[in-house]
Design a protein around this ligand. Structure first.
Ligand code: PMP
Length: 290
């Protein structure tokens, strides 16, 4: 990944992809003082860009640092990266982190850096996705709100996700479903989760995990389509009562789940309706005059 051609926006400048280096004594590398975003561009337009830029700044604030660029400046930098790399359908990764001026837990003297990379990543074909993914139940749990700032898209919190994903893959699953510190269904390693029963959607209340931008978009699309959505506590014992299960995320978009740890979800009706509604939503709208 680090040897590609292309340009990365780094602290206000476009730098050749291969030359965007950081020092090994970078605070973020030692103490996880790093937050990031993940967003997609569809046909040249970055979906909900401003929300992502604002969340990046908020994620940093929750880790007690400030991104030295406004949300508008981050928006512009993201658009510039897309244009500079001639990208149309792409995934974008802004990352803000504390640098290497000094090393110690106290980090106020370390300048904050911002880098933004993008690469081509067309969304998956609906037909290929419909088979659904298989998830293991993770042994690792989402921490309590008193243990970590859960609303921050903080690199440090992804340690749990990588451990969960690796453990799932070692057992032949594609990814993991994580419970929270209370044993309630929380989220997958990089996506939120939804269930369907009797034509209604149920999804866990995001009180200790990321309330994803895609999650909120899909809830809105479902309600617009007249589908009832309930946010509530969902226990793993309830999973077998659901007909359908799907995940949402900026990278994953809407993807059906075929199985969680032996519990099979055969239905695709509401899920495929949401997959189509989401694709219609993210594609840039043509001007009315066209
Ligand atoms: N949970 C986790 C742990 C994630 O990494 C993501 C992806 N950012 C999500 C949920 C979904 O968030 P969003 O819809 O904002 O991409």
């Amino acid at each position: 990944l680090d040897q590609r051609d292309g340009w990365i926006w780094f602290d206000g400048e476009m730098i050749p992809w291969k030359d965007t280096k950081v020092h090994v004594l970078t605070h973020a590398l030692h103490y996880a003082s790093s937050v990031f975003e993940g967003q997609r561009a569809y046909n040249g337009e970055i979906y909900k860009l401003h929300e992502h830029s604002e969340r990046l700044r908020k994620s940093a604030e929750l880790l007690d640092f400030e991104v030295p660029y406004s949300a508008d400046e981050i928006d512009q930098a993201c658009r510039d990266v897309l244009v500079k790399n001639n990208l149309v359908d792409a995934y974008m990764r802004p990352v803000a982190f504390r640098g290497s001026a000094e090393l110690g837990l106290g980090a106020h003297n370390n300048p904050v850096h911002l880098a933004i990379a993008a690469w081509e990543w067309p969304s998956f074909l609906l037909e290929d996705k419909l088979k659904g993914t298989r998830l293991a139940l993770s042994e690792w749990r989402r921490p309590a709100p008193t243990s970590a700032p859960f609303a921050s898209k903080a690199a440090g919190l992804y340690m749990i996700c990588t451990l969960s994903k690796h453990a799932a893959e070692a057992r032949g699953f594609a990814d993991a479903m994580m419970l929270d510190y209370r044993g309630q269904i929380a989220e997958a390693t990089g996506a939120n989760v939804f269930f369907v029963k009797d034509g209604e959607i149920h999804t866990p209340t995001p009180d200790c995990f990321l309330d994803g931008i895609t999650r909120r978009t899909v809830i809105g699309l479902a309600r617009d389509a007249g589908i009832k959505v309930t946010e509530r506590v969902i226990m793993p014992e309830e999973m077998s009562e659901f007909d359908e299960c799907f995940l949402t995320g900026s990278a994953a978009e809407v993807v059906p789940v075929a199985e969680i740890e032996g519990v099979v979800f055969p239905g695709r009706e509401i899920c495929s309706a949401m997959m189509e509604a989401y694709q219609a939503e993210v594609q840039p709208k043509k001007a009315a005059a066209e």
